[in-house]
Design a protein around this ligand. Structure first.
Ligand SMILES: Nc1ncnc2c1ncn2[C@@H]1O[C@H](COP(=O)(O)OP(=O)(O)OP(=O)(O)O)[C@@H](O)[C@H]1O
Length: 248
């Protein structure tokens, strides 16, 4: 029980800026002129919160408010410019479309690579490989390069890896079901059982029903700034009220 009360995530004053050129063409023009005109966009502007082990945190906010960026920071695939993230989870997995596959490697090789990146030992990977392949339903395609997969096949593979590594911190970026109807139902059930067990979950969603149903805490961010953090009813109500007005 005492383990359940442990604070698994401590995020303090996190700032993150993206810097980019307006377009490839613009980049070339700028380089030709030898002028550096990079654009900078501050996506996270002082995010702070903490989360106890075993809790489900919902992250809400309008399009472009910084939710996916925050998840990627928690997953350690993006690094803040300032602030600190203390993550005490032993294994973290980010469930999101477009997670990194190496297109020239086979499905099998990509499972191996992603498994290692997600912190699985070679022994764990060996044990889970059969399960991951079976769950993905890719059959013999698992031996083909990922670049030859359809987008549905890629999603199935990504989903199967993310759920079968059994992470103690699961990050979900608005992805509750993938693939065809049958796989959708299977992945929805698997997802639900993972959310409802005692693992820690951070989920981004635009569905307030989903957030209220699964989360004990909600973080609302807008323009990269925390607007409210607290119980689902209060925070979702404030967010819906904000969204129903036009002054933002
Ligand atoms: N690679 C990038 N380069 C430059 N700007 C980026 C990049 N990725 C995201 N942004 C900007 O950062 C802001 C936050 O993006 P993010 O994807 O985190 O938003 P979000 O809240 O997840 O949005 P949505 O609900 O639409 O998925 C947006 O304004 C977006 O344009």
């Amino acid at each position: 029980m005492s383990d359940k009360k442990k604070t698994i995530l401590e995020v303090a004053d996190v700032h993150l800026k993206y810097s980019f050129y307006r377009s490839q063409a613009m980049k070339e023009v700028i380089l030709q002129r030898k002028r550096k005109e990079k654009k900078v966009f501050e996506a996270l502007r002082g995010i702070s919160f903490s989360l106890d082990s075993g809790m489900n945190l919902g992250v809400i906010g309008s399009n472009g408010s910084g939710k996916s960026t925050l998840l990627r920071v928690l997953a350690n695939t993006l690094f803040p410019d300032s602030g600190t993230v203390i993550n005490r989870a032993k294994s973290v997995s980010l469930l999101s479309l477009g997670v990194g596959f190496k297109p020239d490697l086979t499905g099998h090789e990509n499972i191996y690579l992603n498994g290692l990146l997600l912190g699985l030992s070679q022994k764990d990977l060996k044990e889970r490989m059969t399960e991951i392949i079976a769950f993905s339903e890719l059959g013999d395609f698992i031996g083909n390069p990922v670049r030859t997969y359809s987008s549905g096949m890629r999603s199935k593979l990504a989903f199967s890896i993310a759920v079968n590594v059994d992470p103690d911190l699961l990050l979900i970026d608005e992805l509750f079901s993938v693939g065809d109807e049958r796989f959708k139902e299977k992945s929805r059930k698997k997802m639900e059982s993972m959310i409802l067990d005692d693992r820690t979950v951070v989920m981004v969603s635009h569905s307030m029903d989903m957030i209220r149903h699964y989360c004990q805490k909600v973080l609302w961010i807008e323009h990269g700034i925390v607007q409210k953090h607290g119980d689902p009813e209060t925070v979702t109500e404030a967010y819906l009220k904000y969204m129903s007005t036009n002054n933002h």
